[in-house]
Write a protein of this length. Structure first.
Length: 333
């Protein structure tokens, strides 16, 4: 049994896949692993790149899916044999000579979920818990800071938990499906640990592809929120406020990335109407009504505060500013 199974879903990744693979195979004193590249219906030379790499790396297997990243990851999970599972996106990579250290940390902590810190461009994101947290407290923290914690990359999962609990990605979800998976996985964890080791490099090599306006993406986000809410009903009440915060952060993402993004050709009046319609969705209304005003007194929840106070014009102003900031940041990375 290898120590780690690396699962890499790949779609049209011919330009970055080799970099991702090299970031595993070139690590010093680190050989106890397997790599599963799952092609998700690529139209370029992704499969050829993977198969060529497999000729010199016997630990690599090339598999096929074709129905989205959730299915690709599920194919990887069904073929994985390692003690730990790690997900690597094909356009990201591991920092040089960190995986051996990361494996030692995971073994020492014997956590059910081991989280590592990461870098994005020139910025480093320290995800280490400053104090020891119970599993429930860690889950609340993850929900309240989803852009940092609720991604499946940059983490080690115990394959035994995935196998025994039959935990797979919901293939019906197309947005935030990794967050939904993590919510269910973390509910099975007795111990969650985080490290300040900067192990993972998160890339946006084609930022415009993730910011193109498409109304169906809004519906897809709301569908994921409903699925998560259905699961939350059976969870401890302490998680409910954290889930309300998570929901309003997703509303912020919807507004910034898909409504007030520069590629949306709609008029400002139409954009406002779309936002107000989203706010009337039952899952969003539940969060707006359920979250106390004082809980919104943080920068990332300020739009929710204004919406609760029936002052949408101020929320819209923040959404516009943040969308513009994202565009500038991504164009300079």
């Amino acid at each position: 049994m290898p120590a780690i199974s690396f699962i890499i879903p790949a779609y049209n990744a011919e330009e970055t896949l080799e970099r991702a693979l090299n970031s595993i195979c070139s690590q010093k004193e680190f050989t106890d692993y397997e790599i599963l590249v799952i092609d998700d219906g690529s139209q370029d030379n992704t499969v050829a790149v993977a198969k060529k790499f497999a000729q010199k790396e016997a630990k690599l297997k090339v598999l096929t899916a074709g129905n989205g990243v959730g299915q690709a990851r599920n194919v990887g999970l069904k073929h994985a044999t390692g003690q730990w599972v790690a997900f690597l996106d094909a356009d990201d990579f591991y920092i040089a000579d960190t995986l051996k250290q990361a494996l030692n940390i995971a073994h020492k902590n014997d956590a059910d979920l081991q989280i590592f810190s990461f870098e994005h461009g020139q910025k480093t994101i320290d995800l280490s818990f400053k104090t020891t947290l119970t599993s429930l407290s860690a889950r609340c923290k993850m929900l309240e800071k989803p852009t940092n914690y609720l991604t499946v990359w940059g983490k080690f999962f115990k394959r035994e938990i995935i196998a025994t609990q039959k935990l797979y990605f919901d293939e019906e979800l197309t947005m935030a499906e990794d967050s939904e998976f993590l919510i269910r996985y973390s509910a099975c964890c007795s111990k969650i640990c985080s490290s300040n080791l900067i192990m993972y490099h998160y890339s946006i090599d084609t930022p415009s592809a993730t910011r193109i306006f498409a109304k169906e993406k809004i519906s897809a986000y709301l569908k994921t929120l409903v699925a998560m809410n259905n699961f939350m009903v059976s969870q401890p009440k302490e998680l409910q406020v954290s889930f309300f915060k998570f929901t309003l952060i997703q509303l912020n993402i919807i507004a910034v990335r898909f409504i007030y993004v520069a590629t949306n050709p709609a008029s400002m009046k139409q954009k406002k109407q779309t936002l107000l319609e989203v706010c009337q969705d039952p899952i969003i209304k539940q969060a707006l009504n359920g979250l106390p005003l004082k809980a919104c007194l943080t920068p990332h929840l300020l739009p929710g505060l204004f919406l609760k106070l029936k002052l949408p014009q101020f929320a819209i102003l923040l959404f516009k500013i943040r969308s513009r900031q994202n565009q500038i940041r991504e164009n300079t990375n």
